[in-house]
Design a protein around this ligand. Structure first.
Ligand code: SF4
Length: 164
């Protein structure tokens, strides 16, 4: 989805967005019940944790921690192949490092500065991508699957505010 600004090769070599520490577990991809069913029809090795009344899920990463138990690895990540989900890759992953968040009742699109490739780009390129249609796609997905909307996280630059 971000092929205009991020090459698949760059992402395949990085994978920073597929590994989480205890402070960014909230960043793990949100999976709708429909997507969960689609993934389960092809994979019985992946387990899920319910996100309660949102009706959505995240991956259970308890068995995918490093020895010191400080890092969690997405169970869909393969060391050689990268993400193994293909078309079933969660929307959160398709748009990372963009994030849709809610601040004071208003949806905003921000960007995670931890992505080294995006962080090194001029701001103009990152914001223009949103104006070329990606912003509308993200807000439309937020309407369809509100569980992807995260509470605003301090320090995340806001690139676009949803007009009412
Ligand atoms: S689902 Fe795929 S892209 Fe998303 S965090 Fe897991 S391995 Fe990475």
């Amino acid at each position: 989805m971000l092929k205009n600004i991020l090459s698949p090769k760059t992402c395949a070599e990085c994978r920073i967005c597929c590994i989480f520490d205890k402070y960014d577990v909230w960043e793990t991809p949100v999976i709708s019940s429909e997507l969960k069913a689609a993934i389960e029809s092809e994979r019985d090795d992946l387990k899920f944790v319910s996100k309660g009344e949102t009706g959505a899920y995240i991956f259970n990463m308890e068995n995918n921690r490093d020895e010191k138990k400080e890092l969690f690895f997405c169970p869909a990540l393969d060391n050689e192949k990268g993400c193994t989900l293909g078309e079933n890759k969660p929307f959160d992953c398709k748009i990372w490092p963009y994030r849709v968040m809610e601040l004071g009742g208003i949806q905003v699109i921000s960007v995670a500065s931890i992505c080294p490739e995006i962080y090194s780009m001029p701001l103009k390129i990152i914001t223009e991508e949103l104006e070329r249609g990606l912003g509308d796609i993200i807000f439309a997905e937020a309407d369809k699957n509100p569980a992807i909307v995260k509470p605003y996280e301090k320090g995340y630059p806001i690139l676009k505010v949803r007009s009412r």
